[in-house]
Design a binder for this molecule. Structure first.
Ligand code: UDX
Ligand code: ADP
Length: 464
């Protein structure tokens, strides 16, 4: 089964889109078709105007421009693409379950199962199936069972190839990954399938960075890597409050501990809380798996990372309310940023959503500016929480396309995303146009506190 000529990827989202674009760019002799049931999303991937790609990632437009319609195709014809492929990547979403057993914790595998059934139904030739989506350990077993019991008698090999790209740096992470991880069955056929995928990555990733393992190690490593990263953020966020009450400066502490080569400098930036589609979901998943094996202490240990993160978001909102004299009803509060981090238009689990929700409960008027997120997305994020009616969300949270418009006449500015452009604003002008006293709450630690205080702002920076 070596020598893959035709790849299909099911799911044209934040993972499938960029990953396939880079695989296609680096392997011009392999035809790569990315399929999705979402017609609008596929149309956007095919748009001649590269600014209209459905996801924003620095550098992605160039990669797509090079490979699209050469050997990279985006299509809604799912069955045809599966049938033609030697290798099928499953890159569909696996949200946390919102119902039934494991509600709020386990991953909802409904989309994965649908994919597996679809592959089984249409496949007429042997195929390698690659799990790209983050999945709970032993999902491969479920996929295997569906494929073998409902298929047309063709042979399937299942591989786990978790994605470690971070949004905002996806192209860079794909071009030069710290490692590529490929798990598969340790049988002759399994090892051959692993090698077929190794060959695809080896066209640009050095061999020593391509790790191969058994299926379960690969699946668990993905959850664990995210849990470790999130744990660092929660650890530094826990210290941020301690710094605030003791007079230590969390940035100085982060630099001091990060200089220890055993600890390292990355992922020690105190913030209003981590967001994104992976960290919370994967840890909840880990907790659920641990519990389901009766490992309660293990589950509690990891759950604390989430508890700390929720607390950090609440604490930031509470700080705003308390500083504004415990009354924000009817006050205009400007939000700079809505995305869960800079350089992405993704808002899943963004801290901004939860902070906004709490301020809206106190009847604030929130006006948001984010360079890449549109009003429709913000409303749907809020509505998803189901705290108040859609009409109320619409009325009390509005979106503008200019930062000055957001800040003008506001009582306070809250920085929720670390977009670089916020640092270069004309803060003197912003100050002049605001209500006094003018407050800034920097939830990302990106602004120059002393400079803002010299202008006249009252400034709160997380961890200071
Ligand atoms: C993460 C993993 O990094 C990636 O390997 C995996 O494939 C998917 O999940 P992502 O969620 O895209 O990637 O972004 P990441 O850069 O990890 O940031 C997650 C959240 O943590 C963001 O909200 C970010 O602002 C926050 N964060 C990160 C901090 O608050 N402080 C830090 O020091 C680092
Ligand atoms: P991720 O961040 O994991 O890439 P996204 O939600 O951005 O998640 O992307 C997942 C994509 O998978 C969505 O565009 C969704 O429409 C698509 N999808 C889900 N189920 C199927 C399916 N059965 N067939 C084709 N596409 C699917």
């Amino acid at each position: 089964m070596h020598n893959i000529k035709n790849i299909c990827c099911i799911g044209a989202g934040y993972v499938g889109g960029p990953t396939m674009a880079v695989i296609a760019q680096k392997n011009p002799d392999i035809k790569v078709t990315v399929v999705d049931i979402n017609e609008a999303r596929i149309a956007a991937w095919n748009d001649a105007d590269l600014d209209k790609l459905p996801i924003y990632e620095p550098g992605l437009d160039k990669v797509v421009a090079e490979a699209r319609n050469r050997n990279l195709f985006f299509s809604t014809a799912v069955d045809e693409a599966i049938e033609a492929a030697d290798m099928v990547f499953i890159s569909v979403n696996t949200p946390t379950k919102t119902y039934g057993k494991g509600k709020g914790m386990a991953a909802d595998l409904k989309y994965i199962e649908l994919c597996a059934r679809q592959i089984a139904r249409v496949a007429k030739t042997d195929k390698i199936i690659v799990e790209k989506s983050t999945l709970p350990v032993r999902t491969a077993q479920a996929i295997k069972s569906i494929l073998h019991n409902t298929g047309n008698g063709v042979k399937f090999q299942i591989l786990s190839n978790p994605e470690f790209l971070a949004e905002g740096t996806a192209v860079q992470d794909l071009m030069a990954p710290d490692r590529v991880l490929i798990g598969g069955e340790q049988t002759e056929d399994g090892l051959n399938a692993i090698q077929a995928l190794v060959d695809i990555y080896a066209t640009w990733v050095p061999n020593e960075n391509i790790l191969t393992t058994n299926l379960w190690s690969s699946e668990l490593s993905k959850l664990t890597a995210n849990a470790f990263l999130a744990q660092r953020v929660s650890s530094i966020n826990a210290l941020s409050e301690l710094c605030e009450v003791t007079g230590a400066d969390v940035n100085e502490v982060a630099i001091a501990i990060g200089k220890d080569s055993r600890i390292g400098p990355k992922f020690l930036k105190a913030s209003v809380g981590f967001g994104g589609s992976c960290f919370q979901k994967d840890i909840l998943n880990l907790v659920y798996i641990a519990k389901s094996y009766g490992l309660n202490e293990v589950a509690d240990y990891w759950e604390q990372v989430i508890i700390m993160n929720d607390y950090q978001k609440r604490r930031f909102a509470a700080k705003i309310i308390q500083t504004l004299y415990n009354t924000i009803s009817g006050k205009k509060i400007a939000f700079l940023g809505w995305a869960f981090k800079k350089d992405t238009n993704d808002t899943r689990e963004s801290a901004a959503i939860y902070v906004a929700d709490q301020l809206l409960e106190e009847q604030a008027n929130i006006v948001v500016y984010d360079p890449k997120v549109n009003a429709h997305q913000m409303q749907s994020d809020l509505n998803y929480l189901n705290t108040r009616s859609e009409e109320d969300n619409n009325q009390y949270l509005t979106t503008v396309s200019n930062p000055h418009q957001a800040c003008k006449d506001s009582h306070a500015i809250a920085v929720l995303t670390e977009w670089d452009e916020f640092k270069t604003y004309d803060w003197q002008r912003i100050y002049e146009e605001m209500q006094k006293p003018a407050f800034v709450f920097d939830g990302r630690g990106i602004l120059d506190k002393e400079k803002l205080e010299t202008i006249g702002f009252q400034v709160y920076v997380i961890g200071k």
